[in-house]
Design a binder for this molecule. Structure first.
Ligand code: NI
Length: 250
């Protein structure tokens, strides 16, 4: 049984040879890649790439970092393609107060608009939430949506709230970093609540920390989590694939 990377950004802007990156990733035991868009340009690119590589599965949405620059045309593009058969989810969408809180209201408006669309077409959502936990929890409560909290890095208490709401937690390479409290969180929650991801090209796991990440490194995070939880890699693969199936398969 093979692993899935449930969150990566495989764009030509980051990788010179995408075919090679995917080949290497397959060799490492990772066979499917949820390719998450962030803006108008990447939405178009992930859809185009999926025509060439069937294992590069498109996820489309508008990221809070482009809240001041996305266009109405981008929003229309999202609306007209979110129901495409091969689009597995909407993402990545969310709130990011790390750099500025000044455009908070606009971020919330953009997020709500997209959550409404996802709810209407019954697609799961891939959520980016950075330094915005309270707002995110309150907003998600207003919609009937399912999905994943990508790159989860909160407390055990926050993890339990999201789990109670039916969300999965996306765990990536950060868990392999020294002095990372995510280890204690994952130790204390059931495997039925997590899925694995890379966020490639960012956040490569140990021993590749600081290098360009690739989807294949999901295998390193999987090994780490399997050890942490005292299960075999096969068992972890089986459970996380079942979690993916539950949330992302129609
Ligand atoms: Ni991402």
């Amino acid at each position: 049984m093979k692993l899935t990377d449930t969150h990566c950004h495989i764009y030509s802007e980051y990788y010179d040879d995408i075919a090679e990156v995917l080949k290497k990733s397959r060799e490492l035991g990772v066979e499917r890649y949820f390719n998450c868009a962030c803006d108008g340009k990447s939405m178009r690119e992930v859809l185009d790439l999926a025509k060439v590589y069937s294992d590069l599965i498109p996820v489309i949405g508008i990221h809070p970092e482009v809240v001041d620059t996305y266009t109405e045309e981008d929003m229309e593009f999202l609306k007209s393609h979110i129901s495409d058969n091969n689009v597995v989810a909407m993402g990545e969408i969310g709130l990011d107060y790390h750099y500025t809180k000044e455009n908070k209201d606009k971020q919330i408006e953009l997020l709500r608009k997209q959550l409404k669309i996802a709810e209407d077409v019954n697609k799961p959502v891939i959520i980016h939430s950075r330094e915005a936990t309270n707002d995110m929890i309150e907003i998600l409560k207003d919609y009937k949506v399912r999905g994943v909290i990508h790159a989860f890095s909160g407390s055990l208490e926050t993890a339990k709230i999201y789990i109670k709401m039916g969300f999965l937690l996306g765990i990536g390479g950060v868990i392999t970093f020294k002095n990372c409290n995510l280890k204690d969180v994952v130790k204390n929650i059931g495997l039925e609540h997590i899925i694995l991801e890379t966020d490639a090209p960012y956040l490569a796991p140990v021993p590749h920390r600081g290098e360009t990440n690739i989807p294949g490194y999901t295998a390193l995070t999987a090994e780490f989590v399997a050890n942490l939880k005292g299960v075999s890699l096969e068992e972890l693969t089986k459970i996380t694939n079942e979690n993916i199936r539950r949330i992302f398969d129609k």
